[in-house]
Design a binder for this molecule. Structure first.
Ligand SMILES: [Zn+2]
Length: 410
């Protein structure tokens, strides 16, 4: 038996204190011995140490050759995705849980602990555990793990310990969103190493939470108890590195069209470039020295066939084009002392060096649902005049730059 073969169960949870223990922790002989004794003592009790995947009791034998401790299901016939090696799919293994018939002991324990933390929280006037919620408006009901009111908001906590099928997740997201509830999918704390290996099983809820994953563990419960509130751990990724920190409900961001999250996704390069452009562009316009650096980074990033001086000398109108498109996209005037977008457009369309961009500006306004500006008579007239000038074509440097900076609109 190879080492990997015996350490199939990667993580367990002690239901007595909700401590999460990984297989690698057993390699410390004293820790291993301590967990072994406890697992054996509690294997038939109400608070055993359970497999984090199938929620069945585990014991801790010692491998006869290597002398190392490892986790093993107490009942060797259980169906677990960790040990059944492809003979059982994760979906099959968890079907029993997610058909709402039966929950594993870890699921129950986490629910109970979270409900206790919430009940102790002075900002939570109402809490329902395992109670059916009926949507009168949509004649549909669901049975969330926990529903509660916190300050002015109704929350739903759904515990997810293993794969839930995408359609079920999407349905619940939609249902609660329609009701105006803030839904959080919560898992038991996967230590980053185990999380990486099993990210696939929780990937859908990570995606829906803006690439955040929420979890609870013994430490979050301790912190919450100490402060009479509920705290969660949020995990997020920076490149391939997984980070985590403790958050409270007040720390979360609640978008109108999605699930709450705590950590913003890193912005894409083009968005950061535009942020920098806006920051060097006061109402009096940007200065040459500040622009050069930005031009150079743009040219380098997209391997453009030009240089900063060429842009400054031969494509000067681009500065005004970018300021205009940013003003439209961000709904705030960039690099102008004028009072509103109508004034900006009128100047733009009647300035000779900017007229070749009239069609791009027109297209952009329509795409951004700001086409109504073009129905203003003075603007329409100036646009028509501007379009008499030869317009830049799709292969021009300006068009290329607009495409990479504003992919959403082009
Ligand atoms: Zn298992």
């Amino acid at each position: 038996m190879s080492e990997n073969r015996i350490r199939l169960i990667e993580r367990v949870v002690d239901l007595e204190n909700l401590e999460s223990i990984s297989a690698s922790q057993l390699l410390d002989f004293n820790k291993g011995r301590e967990v072994r004794a406890k697992a054996d003592k509690n294997k038939r009790s109400k608070c055993p140490i359970v497999c984090a995947r199938c929620e069945n009791s585990v014991v801790v034998p010692m491998h006869w050759q290597t002398g190392e401790y490892y986790f093993k299901h107490f009942d060797k016939f259980v169906e677990c995705p960790w040990t059944s090696e492809g003979s059982i799919s994760i979906d099959q293994a968890n079907a029993r849980i997610f058909q709402g018939q039966q929950e594993g002991p870890l699921h129950k324990k986490l629910k109970e602990k979270m409900a206790l933390s919430l009940a102790a929280c002075p900002d939570v006037p109402d809490i329902w555990v395992d109670e059916i919620y009926n949507s009168r408006k949509f004649k549909e009901h669901k049975k969330p793990d926990i529903r509660f009111v916190y300050k002015d908001r109704t929350f739903v906590f759904e515990i997810q310990l293993a794969t839930t099928q995408r359609p079920i997740i999407t349905k619940r997201n939609k249902f609660y969103q329609r009701e105006g509830f803030s839904l959080l999918w919560i898992t038991s704390n996967p230590e980053p190493k185990a999380l990486e290996a099993h990210k696939a099983s929780v990937v859908d809820i990570i995606t829906d939470h803006n690439d955040n994953l929420f979890s609870v563990d013994d430490e979050t419960f301790r912190r919450g108890d100490a402060e009479n509130t509920i705290v969660l751990r949020v995990h997020w990724w920076e490149g391939s590195e997984c980070k985590s920190k403790i958050v409270k409900l007040d720390d979360l961001i609640y978008p109108e069209d999605g699930l709450p999250y705590a950590i913003e996704k890193p912005k894409p390069w083009n968005e950061r470039w535009k942020d920098s452009w806006v920051s060097i562009t006061p109402t009096s316009g940007s200065i040459y020295r500040d622009r050069i650096e930005l031009w150079e980074s743009l040219i380098g990033k997209y391997d453009l066939d030009t240089n900063a001086d060429d842009l400054e000398q031969n494509h000067y109108g681009l500065i005004y084009l970018l300021n205009l498109l940013l003003s439209i996209e961000r709904k705030m005037l960039v690099g102008t002392k004028q009072k509103n977008l109508t004034e900006v457009l009128n100047t733009f369309f009647s300035t000779e060096s900017r007229q070749p961009f009239a069609r791009i500006a027109e297209y952009f306004l329509k795409k951004a649902n700001e086409g109504s500006y073009l129905t203003i008579q003075s603007t329409q007239q100036k646009l028509n005049e501007a379009r008499q000038t030869e317009q830049i074509d799709k292969t021009s440097l300006e068009a290329k730059i607009v495409r990479v900076l504003f992919p959403k609109w082009t």
